[in-house]
Design a protein around this ligand. Structure first.
Ligand SMILES: [Zn+2]
Length: 334
């Protein structure tokens, strides 16, 4: 019988889980794993439902909950190549999923908890696809599945933060500096009538200092939304090349942000470009994306038009003449 203190401790353990903004199916899976109600082979064999307790993925060891989620040689590389870079390849036999997860719930921030939950979910999904449909998901596919679910909750957090900020200062028409340690990326596309489009990029830190700017041109006529999506993909790749791993991305295309959330349900070239971007976004340590009003994206807009009228470039801590006016207008309004 659990006494009062044990019950209280258990409630404390699960509170952060139920409070987290992760998807309910992810939370539920973790809860089931920790309460030994998942149908792993070892549990089924123990109840006499199956004879063989061997892991269906590696075919080498007994499939316990620990094995299925961490220790399996077919699973550990997923954690290692995830944005969390966790190395479970040589966990000692004493390693306990329950203990580790309770530590994550107690000490991890929202992003970390969400990343762990979505990875657990994607790993379990992959195991089941193999067991029941004989479909084998490669590692990168599992990471994409996890990231697509994690992004949803990051977006939700982000929107909430933006809303609170807007309520607080009552205006949304100016650029806002990111938190210290985070780099804000603004990106935009310019699509004049004709057969060319321009991309603009600017990265700034929490002091509003310009870390990098870029302007690029692409010889293709397309819809505004597709141009914005292609600019976004270009901006994400560029950010990684520049070594910006902790980023908040802002763009003024609501369509692109909507498509980011639903790209898996869409069949279009736009959705394909967004899928690419979602995939690239996994390489960041921390990533969020938000829609902003055009008025707070003017620097990127300036650079996208600059690409069309002048030349293409990538500048480290420098920017073309003329951008100062746009940058200082933020200072005036803030
Ligand atoms: Zn295994």
């Amino acid at each position: 019988m659990a006494d009062y203190h044990t019950v209280e401790k258990r409630i404390k353990l699960w509170t952060p889980l139920w409070k987290s903004k992760s998807l309910p199916r992810c939370k539920e899976l973790l809860w089931r794993a920790c309460n030994d109600v998942l149908p792993v082979r070892a549990a089924l064999a123990h109840r006499g439902i199956v004879e063989d307790a061997i892991c269906p993925l590696c075919g080498e060891e007994c499939e316990t909950v620990n094995h299925a989620f961490f220790a399996c040689t077919e699973v550990a590389p997923i954690w290692f190549s995830s944005p969390l870079s966790l190395d479970f390849r040589n966990v000692p036999p004493s390693f306990s999923l329950k203990q580790w997860l309770s530590q994550v719930l107690k000490e991890g921030d929202e992003w970390f908890i969400d990343s762990v939950l979505t990875l657990l979910w994607a790993i379990w999904e992959r195991r089941n696809r193999w067991c029941f449909d004989q479909q084998w998901y490669p590692y990168d596919f599992v990471l994409r599945r996890a990231a697509s679910m994690a992004t949803v909750s990051l977006l939700a957090m982000d929107n909430e933060a933006t809303r609170t900020d807007q309520l607080r200062d009552g205006r949304r028409d100016r650029w806002r500096a990111p938190q210290p340690g985070t780099i804000k990326i603004n990106v935009d596309a310019a699509v004049p009538a004709g057969s060319v489009m321009g991309y603009g990029y600017i990265a700034r830190n929490s002091l509003g200092q310009v870390l990098a700017t870029a302007a690029s041109k692409w010889p293709m006529a397309t819809s505004v939304a597709l141009a914005e999506a292609m600019a976004l993909r270009w901006a994400l790749q560029l950010s990684l090349e520049l070594g910006f791993f902790n980023v908040e991305v802002e763009l003024d295309s609501k369509l692109v942000i909507d498509s980011w959330r639903n790209h898996q349900q869409q069949a279009s070239y736009l959705a394909l470009v967004i899928s690419d971007s979602v995939f690239i976004s996994q390489s960041f340590y921390r990533f969020s994306i938000a829609h902003v009003l055009r008025a707070s994206n003017m620097a990127a807009d300036f650079l996208a038009k600059f690409a069309l009228s002048s030349y293409c470039f990538v500048g480290i801590e420098e920017y073309p003449v003329g951008l100062e006016t746009v940058l200082s207008s933020y200072l005036v309004s803030s």
